[in-house]
Design a protein around this ligand. Structure first.
Ligand code: NAD
Length: 254
């Protein structure tokens, strides 16, 4: 981590069960770490079972589980919800984090590039939100966190598919929040900006430095910065917050 990075508070999620999709690596893996550090039992889901099991094995504490799940499949998401309920007795928190990119200018983007990205993000988050809220309402409530992106707010060239998908997640979050609020289920979204991941490490160093120079807080974000926003939304600290979007962008949000 960096000097500016906060310590993860212990105990915020004691005795809670958290499901995180796309948690085999990257931001999802670190969210799993932060939630486990804060006391949660984590069900780590990924389309790649090996990486999900690896993440589960890295987490502090016991009872964590790695599960294969393709978020674009109704059956697979439903099976994940069943597995989490069986293994841990119920779902308190569900994070729709799985994501893909297929960056290309529109002129070179195929319909397949467009629909594949929409399927994972929008259909995936919708299937997850539907399955999770159905389980949560049976036990009086829960918190759902959806991963959007600053791209969904400002639009990025080369990402017409991804920007549309990430904006779609915001609409889905707000509509679902209103539908399920009376059952005690909250639904919120996170919009990360420039975060230190494999994606940003693959950028030419001068391009990355220029982008970091545009961040008002003066540094690139860490995966833990994103995980801490998710932890807040997952926990009862955000009990009166639903249908909102938190930007984790160091102030570079326009
Ligand atoms: P990543 O590519 O490192 O990890 C994504 C994970 O999702 C992988 O483990 C992958 O196997 C899994 N996945 C892909 N398709 C799946 C499917 N159909 N079903 C289940 N799992 C699937 O990505 P990341 O950088 O960690 O990003 C995580 C989330 O945060 C994504 O939603 C991404 O769009 C969003 N985000 C990332 C950044 C960033 O800077 N990296 C910025 C804004 C938003």
């Amino acid at each position: 981590g960096t000097e500016a990075e906060a310590q993860t508070p212990p105990g915020l999620l004691t005795a809670k069960t958290v499901v995180i999709t796309g948690a085999g690596r990257g931001i999802g893996r670190d969210m799993a770490r932060a939630m486990a550090l804060s006391g949660a039992t984590v069900v780590v889901a990924d389309v790649d079972l090996g990486s999900a099991q690896e993440t589960a094995g890295l987490l502090p504490g016991t009872g964590h589980l790695g599960v294969a799940c393709d978020v674009t499949s109704e059956e697979s998401v439903s099976a994940l919800a069943d597995a989490a309920t069986e293994a841990a007795g119920g779902i308190d928190v569900w994070v729709n984090n799985a994501g893909i990119t297929r960056d290309r200018v529109m002129r070179k983007m195929s319909v397949e590039d467009f629909t594949a990205v929409l399927q994972v993000h929008v259909l995936g988050a919708w299937l997850g939100t539907r399955a999770a809220s159905a389980r949560m309402r049976e036990r009086g409530g829960g918190s759902i966190v959806n991963m959007s992106s600053i791209s969904g707010k400002v639009g990025n060239p080369g990402q017409t598919n991804y920007s549309a998908a990430k904006a779609g997640i915001v609409g889905l979050t707000k509509a679902a929040a209103k539908e399920v609020a009376r059952h005690g289920v909250r639904v919120n979204a996170i919009q990360p900006g420039l975060i230190d991941t494999d994606m940003t490490r693959a950028m030419p160093p001068d391009v990355l430095q220029e982008k970091i120079g545009e961040v008002p807080l003066g540094r690139i974000g860490t995966v833990r910065d994103v995980a801490h926003a998710a932890l807040f939304l997952a926990s009862d600290l955000s009990a009166y917050i639903t249908g909102t979007v938190i930007e984790v962008s160091g102030g570079r949000h326009i």
